[in-house]
Ligand binder design. Structure first.
Ligand code: GRF
Length: 198
């Protein structure tokens, strides 16, 4: 069993998908041991507590530099015995110190088909608005490894979602979550934990 640490900042629906996957056997080779939030009021923390999962908050304002913050997160993850870090709606950039401590052991979910609508500045509803503005007919979600390039690490899984006439950024965000993110994130975690992905 691999120990999983989840990084969050917001509502935590992807965290919920991971918790559900652990309960229903989609994830059987890993266990969520801690949820770390960049924000003290993230609803994701409530979801973790309801499921008896340890939580911690690491807020930028409590640290002098980004390096100090990332070092503190890396130390906490190591202390908790975390093997794999999953970014599930984590709105900070993972810096060098954390990347080095967990080289090739950090994954992220992005709500588009990378390499479209990704990189610096593409987060939340902006990603979906950019897809609508461009006029693409298909979008989706991507799970990828995290490296020093924003959304630039190796792709693990992707799933496509059709854009409907009349879609808004909000309706599209919801459908991409339901039809893609909540499925492929747990699948990718199990692939890694079971050692089926090298
Ligand atoms: C998701 O759209 C995810 O792809 C993005 O941030 C959002 C997080 O939502 N990285 P939630 O906190 O998991 O509900």
């Amino acid at each position: 069993m691999l120990n999983i640490g989840v990084l969050v900042s917001g509502g935590g629906t992807n965290l919920q998908a991971l918790i559900d996957a652990c309960n229903n056997g989609v994830i059987k080779s890993g266990k969520i041991v801690t949820v770390v939030s960049s924000k003290a009021d993230a609803y994701a923390l409530v979801r973790a507590e309801k499921n008896g999962i340890a939580t911690a908050v690491f807020s930028k304002k409590d640290y002098g530099t980004k390096d100090e913050l990332d070092e503190a997160i890396a130390k906490y993850m190591k202390d908790q015995g975390v093997d794999l870090i999953v970014m599930a709606g984590y709105l900070s950039i993972v810096g060098d110190k954390l990347l080095r401590a967990y080289k090739d052991r950090i994954i992220n979910i992005h709500p588009s088909l990378i390499p479209s609508f990704c990189g610096d500045g593409f987060y939340g509803l902006k990603v979906h608005q950019a897809a609508l503005d461009y006029g693409v007919k298909v979008t989706g979600a991507t799970v990828h490894f995290v490296n020093e390039v924003t959304d630039g690490g190796k792709i693990i899984l992707q799933k496509a979602v059709y854009i409907n006439d009349g879609d808004t950024a909000e309706s599209l965000q919801r459908r991409v979550m339901e039809e893609a993110e909540w499925q492929i994130l747990p699948e990718a975690v199990e692939l890694i934990c079971s050692g089926k992905l090298k």
